[in-house]
Each structure stands twice: as C-alpha cells, then as structure tokens.
Design a protein around this ligand. Structure first.
Ligand SMILES: [Fe+2]
Ligand SMILES: [Fe+2]
Length: 370
C-alpha cells in the first residue's frame, strides 16, 4: 500500500540512497521562483555548470542579503492575525474531516464506516496541529539563537530571523487554540504524549547543522502537505483547512531561511565536525520516530475507545499500524522525498554520509511502503 502526495515524486524506500545521491531539481513550492533549485555550486562536485554560474553574473544566484530582504518583504505581505484572519469567530465542523486521506491513509482501513473514518481523520488532524506546536518550540528557540549572531552585523538577516521567530511564536499560539477547540468538541481521553520543552531541550542539544537540517525537512513537508493534499480536498473542515493555508503562507519564507542558515553553518564545519553532525541528524530522525511510535499508540487507544463500537484484535492491530504508518509518512518520509531537501543535503554531505542517512531511514521507509 502506498499513498503519495505527488505521484511524480514517487521514491521507493529501497531507491532512497540512489535518489539522495543523485538529487533532483527543486520544484517551485512557494512562489519564490528565483530562489528555487540549487543556486550554490557544490563544494564537493564542481561541474562545468557550477563554473559557468560563477563566471556569468546574469545567471548567478542572488546574494544572500537579497534573499533575506525578499523574505522580509514576503513576511510583511502575507502577515496574518489569528483571530481576525484565521479563526474569525468560527468553530471546527465536526461533521467534516480534518486531515485529508492522502495524509491520514484512512483508505487502508476499509472496515471503518464513514463516521469512523471521519473521526480517524479528526484524531490525526488534532495530532497534526499538536505536532507543529511541538516542533515550533525548538525551531523558534534555535532561530532566536542564530539571530544573535547577526545582532551587531547584517541587520537585514537579523530582521528576517526575528520575523521568523515571531511567526513561530504566533503559530504555537494558534496550535494551542486549536487544541482547546478540538478538545471542546471531541470525546474526552485524547492525549498528546510529547512535551514541547522536553523535546526542544533534547533537540537543541544536538549540533546546529543537524537541527537546521531537520528544520528544513519539516518546513518543506509543511509546504508539500498543504499544496498536494490539504488545498485540494474539498471535504475538510473549512476552519481546519484555513489554518493550514495561513500557516503555509508564512512557512514559505521559513524554508528559504532554513536553507540559507544550514548552508552558512555547513561552511563553518570541518569534515570531522560534519560527520558528527550527520550522526546527530540520524539521531534526531530516530528521536522523531520514537515520538511517532508513542503518539500512534496513544491515538490508537483513544480512537478504539471512542469510535463508538468495539474492534476485533486484528482490526485494532490494523488501526495501530495505519496510525504509525501515516505518522511516519507525514513527518519523515514525505520530507525526505522532497527534491528541494535532497538537493541541499546532497550538496552538503559526502556519498558515504548519504549512505549512512539512507540506511538509517530504510526501515522507516520500508514500513511506509508496506
Ligand atoms: Fe510554523
Ligand atoms: Fe516555520
């Protein structure tokens, strides 16, 4: 069973290492057409194309300061308010789905009745919002930390990163509001297992290179989920859909800044430090998977208790398997399949390091593929 966000992005688990090694051209994800692709010559694979890019100013990438300035301009242009623009006095429509089928993978549970399938998507949608609230705690803290490096330097970069931090604080507030609203309309007993400060403390203990790599991955899959699954599903709760429309608008700039900062951090590292950072990134993916396993177990318990009927042991196992598979798809597989992510990663690490990353991801991707 396999459900993909974009069929043209299909990337079987067993081919991951090859795909990571080859990379692919980035796709426009956010309207920043001039920022797409890989504007940087790879440090490790200098090609005639790279040389040509460096020698011809008209084809060269815009300087970093220009890219920060464009992020500020976009941030000002799309800026929104939680109540005035997003919630607008509305409540969730519990007669409709939250998470689209392409993300929830609910179609794999053919024994669920329509109302049960809807509840399944609402449980996952509630967890989806909480997951963003969770990761934004560490993302905001790391962005604030990085911005300090510009405090007495590039004021344009500083403003771009301060805006980024401010937006993530607002997003966390939005996701706390959603959790309250979901809790008021759904049966009691739901539990979001991970604690934001605990997780942020563990993540921030890893190297900045690894943290920025994970962050770019997260912000790119945020964009991909909206454009490929959420935007196109007419059966979702209007409010839930709008939340992720507005979130997507501000995340577009974040992904650009993540890439700029990841490359900047990479340029500072020696080869031994980078190798350690790759190990950190692998550890972070394992930690994310641990969170997903715990939440899948909690959500299976909640769903089977509150769905309104009892399920056989085989059905309960299937429900648990789809929860975990969907979470691995949403938070790990869909991100590492993004060409824009693999292109940057490919430019920063060696083939051997890429192979290590591919080997660590293989069991998770194999489960998603199964
Ligand atoms: Fe966000
Ligand atoms: Fe973000």
């Amino acid at each position: 069973m396999r459900t993909r966000l974009q069929s043209d992005h299909a990337l079987p688990g067993e081919a991951l290492a090859e795909a990571l090694a080859c990379g692919r051209r980035a796709h426009a994800a956010n309207g920043f057409g001039d920022f797409q692709g890989d504007p940087y010559p790879s440090r490790k694979e200098s090609t005639p194309m790279n040389v040509a890019t460096l020698e011809h100013p008209e084809t060269a990438a815009p300087p970093a300061s220009h890219r920060y300035a464009k992020c500020i301009a976009a941030s000002k242009r799309v800026r929104w308010d939680i109540d005035r623009d997003v919630i607008r006095g509305r409540q969730f429509d519990f007669g409709r789905k939250f998470l689209p089928d392409g993300l929830s993978l609910v179609k794999a549970l053919s024994f669920l009745r329509p109302d049960e399938a809807r509840f399944f998507s609402q449980v996952q949608g509630r967890t989806y919002a909480n997951m963003f609230g969770l990761v934004e705690r560490y993302i905001g803290a790391k962005t604030l930390e990085i911005s300090r490096g510009y405090a007495l330097g590039d004021q344009v970069a500083l403003e771009a990163l301060v805006r980024f931090t401010d937006e993530e604080l607002k997003h966390q507030e939005l996701f706390r509001r959603l959790e309250q609203m979901a809790g008021a309309g759904m049966p009691a007993g739901y539990r979001f297992v991970a604690q934001p400060n605990e997780v942020a403390g563990a993540v921030l203990g890893k190297s900045t290179w690894a943290v920025l790599g994970l962050t770019l991955d997260i912000e790119l899959f945020t964009l991909a989920h909206y454009r490929s699954s959420i935007e196109t599903d007419a059966e979702l709760s209007d409010l839930w859909k709008d939340v992720f429309l507005f979130h997507w608008k501000e995340e577009s700039q974040h992904a650009i800044l993540d890439e700029l900062e990841w490359r900047r951090e990479d340029a500072r590292l020696g080869s031994e430090e980078r190798d350690g950072a790759v190990t950190d990134l692998i550890d972070l993916v394992a930690a994310v998977d641990g969170i997903l396993q715990a939440q899948a177990a909690a959500d299976t318990g909640y769903f089977t208790l509150r769905a309104g009927r009892s399920f056989s042991p085989a059905e309960q196992d299937a429900i648990h398997d789809v929860f975990l598979k969907a979470y691995r798809w949403q938070y790990i597989a869909s991100g590492v399949e993004e060409p824009r992510f693999t292109d940057v990663l490919k430019a920063l690490v060696s083939p051997a390091q890429m192979e290590r990353i591919g080997a660590a991801l293989a069991p998770i991707l194999a489960h998603v593929e199964a």
